[in-house]
Ligand binder design. Structure first.
Ligand code: GLN
Ligand code: ZN
Length: 751
């Protein structure tokens, strides 16, 4: 069996989200475990078949998951947390670790590198006893082999597994200190896979493209020298992705592994050429596995032929697993045909990989049709007037630093004091109120035409009225309209801006059974008409209190969309920023005195390598400032950031220069305030006093004490009182109780 044409992994949720429905059905008790397994087996078979039919000669196996690949690896290594050990059924134990169960807290979830996929964070302690359980990957290998699939088992490697885990106890040792304890398990695993007939095994080590830990390259050399020296093992492919693996590539070059997988879309071919991989097979990821654009086949082939002389052998692949892109363009018939031609989802990427692989061997003429079509699509995209709108470009050209700068913050504060007349320690919320079943149903009915736009508007206005009344009754100072009209905080805006389109079925797994359908940002962005003014002014008309305008910031809009790859991201961000700026100006003109521009994704997009961060923060902060600097001094800009762990880039929060920043703090005892003090942050801040992520409702005493902790760090005239995040996932009862307690806490502290 060869390894010439492949991908590092594929999605598993199903082209029609079959797995989502099946696992949710299983959780709800509607289907049995056997029925769930049946759906899973069918999905695996279909996936493998599709790859084989596309012409791939080595098929990744083991990338299927009922929930998450890191959780699967924790099972593989016997590293589930002890609190689920008492659950007898393996599948129920697995789901309990993922989602919690009566009295069992689930594992924490966090972003998988800089993607929008979330993995479960294993908890590794000094006393975690690792025990190999290779049944999942062995079963899938046997299943694939029985179907005649040229299977290549895939597992996450020990360095990545530990680097992405967290210490089981706050003061416990870093998981990576347990590296040597894992190696015997990987040795056993390799010999079991060899005995089961695997010719190749892929070990994923994406952490090698980051500099998140000291000594990763040395660890790679040590681990893979040892595994490489095994006699009783399949051939080894160490797979990196999401960037340039830098020094780790040279380190792997010095080991006995047979192959190294590299990302040539987000990493550089020069690094690979210089890495001393002259006796290795290099699996070259030249097709973008995480964005949706059709590949420039000529450029990709040039990269491949340029690299060929520097490496032992060359295979063609995608830059990473296609987990991060939708399944197929089939079914996207409503798309503008020109736009459709510019795209490649997973199925189309498999064909691109196959065409490149054949062209590499037989010459480009062998694949003339594919290359011609790719060239045509590229030309169509480059020449399409929607990708270069003169008015947008001219506006961007004319921007100066002044467009990103407001008056001095202290002067603004004075103007806002007079204009807004708020009490000390003003209370507010982050924007959304519970998205009830009624709200979702109405949106569904609007989509299917069961109700018309007018009926929908009437219903949403009634929701807004109810939310305003509730906030008045609770006694909040600055109100919100509750965001009932928003399906999603990015999609809502994408639907109203030019330069974006939505797919019919472009689902991507976000975590577990949860999928998102990111909009595609393909062209120049502008805002034809106001997007939120009607809703906000309606809300304002119902109350004498201030109602905050509520917008999503440019960085977050980019982070949660598929973005164009034909210009620097910073330029795209500025286009979106101008659209948001137009909205702030219209809101102000309509009499709105406070406008919040959310940037929960600011930290998510932070580059994986620290060397790239300054550049990123310059354009990201610049775009936010552009979006918020078009208004008068007395209009107050709020921003909301979901996280507080900014580490050494905390200065970016100050650079945003929002008048008020609300931020997560309840879980970490207001720690972020010390960090902000350390950088001289002098604007107002709303450290969350209510952790909305937990169904537990804190009482007034608890919030009072958090508030007192906040006041020990920041003077009262700069402190706001609010929850950690939006309330859309909570129930109205929970929200009413919690916010009432929060207002009581503010009153207690004021007195
Ligand atoms: N305004 C949004 C909300 O309240 C912010 C959500 C977020 O930070 N993710 O839902
Ligand atoms: Zn948030």
């Amino acid at each position: 069996m060869g390894l010439h044409t492949t991908v590092p992994g594929i999605a598993r949720i199903g082209a029609d989200r079959e797995l989502k429905r099946a696992v949710e059905g299983y959780w709800a008790g509607r289907i049995s475990q056997a029925e769930l397994e049946q759906v899973a087996a069918t999905l695996r078979r279909t996936g493998w078949q599709e790859l084989t039919e596309a012409g791939l000669d080595s098929i990744p196996v083991g990338t299927f998951s009922y929930y998450d690949q890191m959780l699967d690896t924790a099972v593989l290594l016997g590293a589930l947390p002890p609190r689920v050990a008492g659950i007898a059924d393996p599948l129920d134990r697995y789901f309990a670790a993922a989602r919690g169960d009566d009295g069992v807290t689930p594992l924490e979830m966090t972003k998988w590198f800089d993607t929008n996929y979330h993995y479960l964070v294993p908890e590794i302690g000094a006393d975690t006893v690792f025990v190999l359980d290779a049944s999942k990957v062995l079963d899938e290998l046997a299943e694939a082999t029985a179907q005649g699939v040229p299977a290549r088992p895939v597992v996450i490697g020990p360095i990545t597994f530990l680097a992405l885990s967290k210490a089981a106890d706050v003061d416990g040792p870093a998981p990576l200190t347990r590296l040597d304890d894992l190696l015997p398990l990987y040795e056993q695993l390799l010999s079991q896979l060899a005995a089961a007939g695997a010719e190749w095994v892929q070990i994923d080590e994406p952490v090698l493209v980051t500099d998140s830990h000291e000594g990763l390259a040395e660890a790679a050399e040590r681990v893979y020298t040892r595994l490489g020296a095994l006699t009783d093992r399949p051939k080894l492919l160490v797979q990196t992705y999401f960037g340039d693996a830098g020094a780790s590539l040279a380190a792997l070059g010095r080991t006995g592994v047979e192959a190294v997988g590299v990302d040539l879309v987000y990493g550089s071919a020069d690094t690979v050429a210089a890495a001393g991989l002259g006796d290795k097979l290099v699996v070259a990821g030249v097709v973008d596995g995480r964005n949706i654009w059709r590949t420039d086949l000529d450029a990709a082939l040039a990269t491949l032929t340029g690299l060929r002389e520097h490496v032992g052998e060359l295979a063609v692949s995608t830059s990473c697993s296609t987990l991060h892109v939708p399944y197929t363009l089939a079914g996207e018939d409503e798309l503008d045909p020109a736009l459709r031609g510019w795209l490649a989802f997973a199925a189309e990427k498999f064909d691109e990989v196959a065409a490149l692989s054949r062209a590499l061997v037989n010459g480009r003429d062998d694949q003339a049709a594919a290359f011609d079509a790719a060239r045509e699509a590229l030309a169509s995209r480059a020449g399409d007037p929607r990708t270069h709108v003169a008015a947008v470009r001219e506006r961007l050209q004319a921007l100066t630093e002044a467009d990103r700068t407001r008056t001095d913050a202290a002067a603004r504060r004075e103007a806002q004091r007079t204009a807004l007349n708020l009490p000390e320690l003003p209370t507010t919320t982050i924007g959304s109120f519970p998205q009830t079943g009624d709200i979702r149903r109405a949106r569904q009915q609007l989509r299917t035409g069961e109700i018309d736009q007018e009926a929908y508007r009437t219903q949403m206005e009634a929701e807004i009225a109810a939310v305003i009344a509730l906030q008045e009754q609770i006694g909040l100072d600055v109100l919100v309209h509750g965001e009932p009209e928003r399906n999603d905080m990015v999609q809502y805006f994408a639907e109203q801006l030019t330069g974006f389109f939505a797919t019919a079925n472009g689902w991507v797994q976000s975590y577990g059974s949860r999928c998102v359908r990111p909009p595609i940002l393909y062209g120049d962005v502008s805002r034809p008409t106001p997007m939120t003014v009607g809703w906000i002014t309606h809300a304002q008309s119902l109350t004498d209190k201030q109602v905050k305008g509520m917008l999503t910031g440019p960085v977050t809009i980019l982070a949660w969309s598929f973005v164009r790859d034909d210009q620097p991201l910073g330029e795209t961000a500025d286009q979106v920023a101008l659209a948001i700026r137009d909205e702030t100006v219209d809101l102000e003109r309509a009499g709105v005195g406070i406008i919040q521009v959310d940037e929960p994704a600011l930290r998510e997009l932070l580059p994986l390598q620290s060397a790239d961060r300054t550049d990123y923060l310059t354009w990201a902060v610049g775009a936010f400032r552009l979006s918020t600097s078009g208004i008068a001094d007395q209009t107050q800009i709020h921003t909301h950031l979901c996280y507080s762990e900014f580490g050494d880039v905390i200065g970016a929060i100050a650079d945003l220069d929002a008048d008020v920043t609300s931020i997560e703090a309840a879980r970490s005892h207001m720690e972020v305030l010390d960090d902000l003090n350390a950088i001289g942050f002098a604007n107002e801040v709303g450290p969350g006093v209510y952790d909305i992520h937990s169904p537990r409702i804190p009482d007034a005493a608890e919030m009072t004490s958090l508030l007192r902790e906040a006041l020990a760090a920041v003077p009262a005239e700069r402190v706001w009182v609010n929850p950690d995040c939006g309330l859309k996932t909570r129930t109205t009862e929970q929200v009413t109780e919690a916010l009432t307690a929060m207002v009581d806490a503010a009153k207690a502290v004021r007195a």
